[in-house]
Ligand binder design. Structure first.
Ligand code: NAP
Length: 313
């Protein structure tokens, strides 16, 4: 009899994660099979673990079909796809991969701020289209003296703030709590943060608690010189309200790494020169993804060997 634990994979994963997972476990590629119900009927009762990506979903209906489930190891820091309260009630452990990706995601936020303020992607397209010999590129906007309002001053939010201060930006933030270990200005409402901000930087978790926090009213408060930067989750920003705000000049621009229905992106955003679009690459470097993989499989191995979890949620 094979004594390896059996686990379900809910998302495509890189080889440097799959290799060690296959060594330790029998892995079932749930995301890939066309015969999901057959797989669940046959292997469901033996499944003791799930490995999934930050952006993937582990709905309660699926977890109910896995009576022996003990651990969900998320390959990512965001675990909004995991019904945490349900897992807590059933005693299912949930782990994620915090900290190791913080710097890379913060770098992408700064990149989006520079790209939107200095119109870098537009300028690059301008050169490639051989427009430069005809006329100089229009003036953009500088960062110095502007205010970045960070929605969610956590690990990533703080790393973004630390990078923006040397660029001459003032920092304000909103979260559910004021933080005593930072000197940045705390706004107790998101609307007042938006009113104060030139860049509204979304860095809070996704999920029901933050769904559409950035809506039409917040975009109006941000105003015609304002830019939305989202490196968190598409669900936090009301994408239709964002499209409307861009079209009507309610805000100036947007820099987005995440989308409500990614990889689907509304045509209005694809066709808008003022919007910078990235394919959810916040943590997508070789170094960081390898460090995330080590934590992800490390949590699985710790659990099945009875050792303390490395990074429980
Ligand atoms: P974190 O350390 O847990 O920080 C989250 C922050 O959000 C906290 O400061 C928290 O402050 C605030 N927050 C939570 N709920 C809130 C609410 N309802 N309203 C306002 N603020 C709220 O998390 P992190 O490591 O910085 O990661 C943040 C998020 O980034 C992740 O959850 C993930 O979705 C996203 N992410 C994206 C990428 C990418 O590739 N683009 C990569 C990694 C992570 P309070 O407790 O005071 O509210």
């Amino acid at each position: 009899m094979n004594s390896k634990p059996e686990i379900l994979l809910l998302a495509p994963l890189p080889q440097f994660l799959l290799g060690p997972l296959w060594e330790a476990c029998i892995c079932h590629s749930y995301f890939m099979t066309e015969h999901k119900e057959t797989l669940l009927a046959e292997a469901g009762p033996r499944i003791r673990g799930i490995v999934m990506a930050g952006g993937s979903q582990a709905p309660v209906e699926l977890l109910k079909k896995l009576p022996a489930l003990e651990i969900i190891s998320v390959f990512g820091v965001g675990y909004d796809g995991v019904p945490v309260e349900y897992c807590r009630q059933r005693g299912i452990h949930v782990t994620n991969t915090p900290d190791v990706l913080t710097d890379d995601v913060a770098d992408i936020a700064v990149g989006l701020i520079l790209m939107t303020s200095r119109r870098l992607a537009e300028a690059e397209r301008y050169v490639r289209a051989q427009q430069w010999p005809r006329a100089p590129f229009p003036l953009a906007h500088s960062l110095r003296g502007k205010t970045a309002g960070i929605l969610g001053l956590g690990r990533i939010g703080k790393a973004i703030a630390e990078r923006l201060v040397p660029h001459g930006l003032k920092i304000a933030y909103h979260g559910r709590h004021a933080q005593s270990d930072v000197s940045y200005h705390y706004c107790d409402g998101l609307k007042s943060l938006a009113e104060e901000s030139d860049f509204l930087v979304v860095a809070c978790p996704g999920g029901a608690g933050t769904h559409h926090l950035v809506d039409a009213e917040i975009l109006r408060a941000l105003g015609p010189h304002g830019t939305v930067i989202n490196i968190a989750r598409g669900s936090v920003v009301d994408e239709q309200a964002l499209v409307t705000a861009l079209n009507s000049g309610t805000i100036r621009s947007a820099g987005l790494d995440v989308f409500e229905h990614e990889p689907q992106i509304p045509a209005e955003l694809l066709n808008d020169e003022r919007v910078v679009l990235l394919p959810h690459i916040g943590s997508a470097t070789q170094e960081t993804r390898e460090a995330m993989a080590a934590l992800c499989v490390g949590n699985v191995n710790a659990h099945f060997s009875g050792a303390p979890l490395l990074t429980p949620v």
